[in-house]
Design a protein around this ligand. Structure first.
Ligand code: PGA
Length: 245
């Protein structure tokens, strides 16, 4: 399967820096690298980024979306709106959405379904906190997060999405999971998906940089990465992309 690298810009940068970063990444020759690279700028910069990358193979995604198709939902953005500005991917259930904005696994599942109804590929983010890991609950937590989606959309649609394993203790902390720790969880997710999941891309995320990516990408069930902080530096992000190619 084709590896995937996703760059989550979170709530950083103004239009000028988004444009410069997108322009630099658009120079990447992704055809020869045989990987997919998708950037997730703040929605308000989506059009600017789209215009910069339109002639490249770079993909565009959104960091979040509404579970509703349309209606009186002040401040929300629908899947169709994101499609219209060129988004092919959307993150659902990022841990910052779950923890800071109280998104439940059931809500995340609704968003996953809504993304697919809008013909976008959802990237379902899952992961355990440090406390949960220390209590030996990692598998249980991830199981529950995936089950919410599985129960709503069924195995085929779940497997058409992407799953990103992002341990909370690794996000933005500089504490990356070891290749062994990550592979163990990825293998469990792959097993859970069953036969249909053999082609589902499973990404690792959490303090991923060009210094630690090679070891993680070498693992058999790690099919790419979801990069936060390091994706804001064009040269660093390109280095990570080359390690995946
Ligand atoms: P990080 O963020 O790479 O800055 O740890 C990853 C993420 O939140 O997706």
């Amino acid at each position: 399967m084709k590896p995937l690298l996703a760059g989550n810009w979170k709530m950083h940068g103004l239009s000028g820096s988004a444009k410069v970063l997108a322009r630099r990444l658009a120079e990447l020759d992704l055809t020869s690298m045989d990987i997919d690279v998708v950037v997730f700028p703040p929605n308000v910069h989506a059009r600017i980024v789209f215009d910069e990358i339109a002639k490249s193979d770079l993909g565009l995604g959104a960091q979040n979306m509404s579970e509703h198709a349309s209606g009186a939902f002040t401040g929300e953005i629908s899947g169709e709106m994101l499609r219209e500005v060129g988004c092919d991917y959307v993150l659902v259930g990022h841990s910052e959405r779950r923890s800071l904005f109280s998104e439940s696994s059931d809500l995340v599942a609704e968003k996953f379904r809504s993304a697919q109804s809008s013909r976008m590929t959802p990237i379902l983010c899952v992961g355990e906190s440090l406390e949960q890991r220390q209590q030996g609950m990692t598998s249980k937590v991830i199981d529950e997060q995936i089950d919410a989606v599985l129960n709503l959309v069924g195995p085929s649609d779940l497997c058409r999405g992407v799953i990103a394993y992002e341990p909370l203790w690794a996000i933005g902390t500089g504490k990356v999971a070891s290749p062994m720790q990550a592979q163990k969880v990825h293998a469990e997710i792959r097993a859970k998906l069953g036969g249909e999941g053999s082609g589902t891309r499973l990404l690792y995320g959490g303090s991923l940089t060009s210094k630690n990516a090679a070891g993680l990408f070498a693992e058999p069930d790690i099919d790419g990465g979801l990069v936060g902080g390091a994706s804001l530096d064009g040269e660093e992000f390109i280095k990570i992309a080359r390690l995946l190619a």
